[in-house]
Design a protein around this ligand. Structure first.
Ligand code: ATP
Length: 297
């Protein structure tokens, strides 16, 4: 049996024609015994199906080749399993890969992926949906929604979506119940639950968050005057955000709930439209629940 499977999304990223032949050659190189070890996804959800099979068959490692959507499909299935996840980033944001210090260069990422060294990271669940980096209600979820409707991918489109929405985006109401007794009621343009420090694209919304510390932080972002925005953005990308009147962080307990009437939630950059009206969302931290092959840590 092959102990490493490769799952490749042939549609991921900006159509790089060298990706598929390169990964096919690499798959042959690491195949130890007859049988398939490279699986190309044919539709959304296919990566999850292949991952379930891999776990059943006791595969030791899955190398995910794709963007955040593919990586998350695989990672969600792998939570609490023995199978480890390695990543060859081939998307536009590559949030988890960046967080794990996996090189963006394909060859260098491959050299990391074939390593034996593994470590466990934390994951979270929001109403049963697993995520690994960030989940957010309000402004960041709305921007992610707008971004997905734009013709182009990449950082410029994110910037356009953010600037276009910021001034008209209204305050949202949040009620956060921490460990059953402490209650935070706040009006803000958004809140983000951060397991990892960045959204992706090196946008460090919670610089002190560490994906391996068994903890997560809540970021509360209030609307700031426009003259403060350039400084905020500079600090966001320089990993230098610190609390002030508009930006604050709170360490979260292992379980907590959020009540809000926001229209959208994003989990690791994937947008989930929400039903109208106030709803309560249960969040749980699952320490050291996913085995990964990290870059330099
Ligand atoms: N053959 C396929 N055809 C269409 N969609 C697919 C196929 N295989 C996988 N998918 C879906 O495509 C979605 C997007 O893929 P992925 O995130 O890997 O690439 P991307 O969107 O280019 O990257 P990023 O999210 O970083 O911009 C995934 O959620 C996955 O389920």
């Amino acid at each position: 049996m092959n102990s490493t499977w490769i799952i490749l999304n042939p549609n991921a990223g900006t159509k790089d024609k060298t990706l598929i032949p390169d990964i096919e050659a690499k798959a042959k190189f690491i195949r130890k015994s007859p049988g398939q070890n490279l699986f190309k996804t044919q539709h959304p959800g296919h990566a999850s199906e292949i991952t379930k099979k891999a776990i059943k068959q006791g595969v030791e490692k899955i190398i995910a080749v794709g963007g955040d959507g593919t990586v998350n499909e695989i990672a969600r299935e792998l939570v609490h399993s023995k199978t480890a996840l390695a990543i060859i980033p081939a998307g536009s944001g590559n949030g988890l890969a960046r967080q794990l210090n996996i090189p963006m260069n394909r060859q260098k990422a491959w050299e990391v992926a074939v390593n034996l060294e593994k470590t466990a990271i934390d994951s979270l669940e929001i109403n049963g949906e697993a995520f690994f980096c960030t989940a957010g209600f309000g402004f960041d979820a709305f921007v992610t929604h707008e971004f997905h409707n734009m013709p182009e991918r990449g950082l410029m489109s994110y910037a356009k979506a953010s600037v276009g929405s910021y001034f008209k985006f209204p305050d949202q109401n949040f009620e956060i119940l921490l460990a059953g007794k402490d209650r935070i009621i706040v009006d803000a343009i958004g809140i983000t639950i951060a397991n990892a420090g960045q959204y992706g694209n090196n946008a460090w919304i919670s610089p002190l968050s560490d994906i391996r510390d068994g903890k997560a932080e809540l970021v509360i972002l209030k609307k700031m005057p426009s003259y403060l925005l350039p400084g905020f953005l500079y600090k966001l990308f320089q990993k230098k955000l610190i609390p002030d009147n508009y930006y604050s962080t709170i360490e979260l307990p292992k379980t907590f709930t959020i009540k809000t009437d926001c229209n959208f939630l994003h989990v690791d950059g994937e947008v989930i439209p929400l039903e109208k009206g106030y709803k309560t969302y249960k969040v749980k931290i699952l320490p050291k629940s996913l085995n990964i092959i990290p870059g330099k840590i």
